[in-house]
Ligand binder design. Sequence first.
Ligand code: PHE
Length: 459
Amino acid sequence: MTTKRQSVHGQWSSRWAFVLAATGSAVGLGNIWKFPYITGENGGGAFVLVYLICVCAIGIPIMMAEIMLGRRGRQNPIMTMEILAKEEGASEHWRLLGLMGVLAGFFILSYYSVIAGWALAYIVQSVSGAFTGSDAKTVSKIFGDLIASPERLLFWHTLFMVMTMLVVARGVRSGLEKAVTLLMPGLFLILVLLVGYAMAEGSFAHGIEFLFAADFSKLTWGSVLTAMGHAFFTLSLGMGAIMIYGSYLPQDVSIAKTSFLVAGADTAVALLAGMAIFPIVFVNNLEPGAGPGLVFQTLPIAFGQMPGGVIVATLFFVMLVFAAWSSAISLIEPAVTWLVERKGMTRHMACVVAGIATWLLGIMTVLSFNKWAFTFTFAGEEKTGGAFDILDILTANIMLPLGGLLIAVFAGWIMSKKSTTDELGMEQTYSGYLIWRFLVRYITPVAVSIIMLKAVGIL
Ligand code: PHE
């Protein structure tokens, strides 16, 4: 047996600290902002079904693989891949997988921070009572005014980046653990409340039908790729975030159980968000395919009409910011740890460098919604979101699935059975292990390849 490597950068205090941090990473804008709007754009039920299948058949096995690699390597993703490749007698080029992850996290955070900035701006709108009594038109104007102003977007983007880098600079224990422990349950409760409101006041049946009745005639290969990419995005997979969190995980924790827990919580939050939003969309005759503004143009209508709406709205956006915050931390953590462990920077210096680079790239997204909007076509679909859409497609539809595919190949084909059973804590003949191994060896590589090639029209 290989000796257990000691982490060079500390460990979680318990299994719960890891579950909370991983859930904090997974649950974020992806669940509440992105899932509803891409579901709306891709026709509803059939898209949701593909997403759910991808979470189960690809997402959970890859999450197990990623945590496993992280815990075995106990470094930043690049050095982890390097060490493990050497241990298994494979090419050291596997480090490029780690490098792609570091880059993907940096690209994602650049636009993620701008959207989180919308949520910050909406805290102020909520407190000031801007939504009180307002209808769909006023709410949509509030949103339109915000994204039309590069100055306002830049201000909130800057604030969010500063918040993120401050927490990251404080290191794993003090920074990360505390930030995620308290607010997740609160967010969950507010979503349940909003679903209750949608049941009472919205077109609930219509919303549920849209979300869960699968009409496959609406599904293109482009939508299938978006659904699969989102499974990676929402579970924080394919770029090393979960790998690095895994590197802090104590040796005696069950990787399989932990993965199911995190994926379950993440999926529940996304479905609740959808169940809260679509009934409001339909009762107000709004367009489900309205795009990235969907959450910001629908939930405020509900807040404006419910009793105590100012408080509920404020709490909701505060918690949304926290959910985004705990995800943002994990997006930049691989880059920061890499700068520290590889480039020899102090943690503070690494945070400044990574933070400024991300902030600068974020300006492209700030301008996407106003001064620098343009249209292009990808996988047969017209995209209107400019640089923001390019970054989103590049990361969620290309880099994360590719990263996931390579992680699956590494875990399934490069690592020996002995190494994987050893790290997962399973017997070689245990059925759960055999299913996992089958999924990472065959299903993930084949499914990801086919879907990607079909979507871009090569197959
Ligand atoms: N999972 C996060 C969300 O859904 C985003 C994220 C992606 C975080 C990749 C880390 C890595 O909002």
